[in-house]
Write a protein that binds this ligand. Sequence first.
Ligand code: ATP
Length: 234
Amino acid sequence: MQNNKKLISVKNLNFNYGKDAILSDISLDIYKGKNVAIIGRNGGGKSTLVKLMLGFLKKKSGEIDYYVDKNKIGYLPQIREFDTSFPINIFDLVISGLTKKSNLFKKFSAEDRKRTNDLLAEFEIEKLKDKLISEVSGGQLQRALIARALISSPEILFLDEPESFLDKKFEFELYEKIKQLSDSTIVVISHELDKLCCYVDSIFIVEEEIRIFEDKNEFFKSEFAHRHIHNHKI
Ligand SMILES: Nc1ncnc2c1ncn2[C@@H]1O[C@H](COP(=O)(O)OP(=O)(O)OP(=O)(O)O)[C@@H](O)[C@H]1O
């Protein structure tokens, strides 16, 4: 279903925290309908790259061009980056995914509330909607954060380790559910490539530099498959 419409284009991107070079000369394109898995060793710079594409971090040099409405970019952060002591309940957390910079204090409509309730039911957390995020389990919070990332029907959806805390059954169903609920292009950071590989088209290895396999089959044929997955005969 690739139609070659570019959504985001990164050119010669460099980033460092203090003296430490984290990303060097990264260039990549994200195309509509072409799902990407970003893999690589711990601390390789995967989350940093995504945060740069989201505009949360300021690049040191290089270009990031957007061919997508920035309000149509969804994001699931790593759960550990989330302050679970923040006083917000599950319903408000999910509906807050509809808040844009330009409409911070807009009243949510009945339709917005219905969409929230539908997503809560879809993710089997409707009974928890009045609970504070500090009162639910890690997996329940992760489900709510995924629903939040999806609620705006994003054109592109960045997921940072979505499998964290999920039970095996839900982890297995996750990408089917995302496909069923949206037609977002997915860019997913994961250490579970063997589980998600049938949902992605391309594989990017990010370890300070980037190695791009536009066609995932080229990755599986390469020496990198041995290094990055346990069972590469998928
Ligand atoms: N706020 C920060 N200040 C300083 N260094 C940071 C900060 N955030 C991340 N780093 C460092 O930047 C490097 C890249 O981190 P990043 O989180 O992007 O890696 P990652 O590939 O997503 O790792 P993982 O697979 O472990 O989640 C790491 O060495 C990390 O220690």
